[in-house]
Design a protein. Sequence first.
Length: 351
Amino acid sequence: MLSNETCPISLPAEVDAMQREAFAAIQELIEDADTIAICAHTAPDGDALGTQLALSEIIGDRWPEKQVTCLLADNDECPRLYRFLPGTEGLVKSRDFTGNPDLFIAVDLSQASRLNEGEAVLNRSRKSAIMDHHPCDAPFADANLVRPQASAAGIIVLEFALYLGLEITPDIAQNILCAIVTDTGRFQYGNTDSETFECASLLVECGANPAEISLNVYQSFRLQYLHLKSAVLGRIKTFDNGRIAYSYATASDLERTGADLAECDGLVDVVRSVEGAEVALFLKTVAKNKVRGNLRSKGTYDVSKVARAVGGGGHRAAAGFTFEGEVDDALAKVLPLLEEVLHEADEEGRS
């Protein structure tokens, strides 16, 4: 049995106190609810899905009398790469969910607009809570745990389970390890810290299988996706003397190759790999006159500033946004903003 008393994960005292207070508030909301909906952000990634599935099992183990539903924010199926995760067969599209939950828990987001169709469920829920690691000045819920220092939302949910004194089952461990692995780019991003490795070690000890995660998420690409990746590689360009790398995928690319929109998620890392590039931009057409963008920074440059400027959000080194317009319109808007971030940071460094 693992508990908060034996947990090897240590936090600074002030963070631990804040987190325990937030956990207590969320626990109280759960105990007062009979029906609970858990939802992550639109276009869910491994952290979003792994976190909400783990939290659902944690609540079910601790409060088996509760009725818990895991929602998908979009009217799409669970992305193929993550269907191996325990519990994905129970995911429900928000559009198909007709309940009025006593409690709505948002994971891996702090902005209600990122819930897409899940926002309607939030609006008819009696109470709400947030468990997230994205910076947010004004979270929307009745109880909020927003800790940007955590490398993944899954870490916060793991610590919630330890706070409750629960056993970490192999299914919980697998879901949370997937959350951590994917949101740290296989432990390659700048958000990877000692807490990340402590959590990963604990999860493997509890039954998580890193090889299964790697096989499904990083070594099971469809041929259609590889053809799409080839097209994206072929049109990578640089801007601002090579410091900004960018590429894109269009609706016609998806139609021609047969790739799925969800398979585009990792392509920003292909663009990020360009030598000499300090920030990367990847755009994909998601609907008529609508483009979704992913931003990455290799160093200390804050790409979240750019995402927020066009209605998105995220972390300093990893952010995203949705843009009304075509790919060329998005490039014309976002590339100068990225250039401005680089130059402002350079000026600050010289002053």
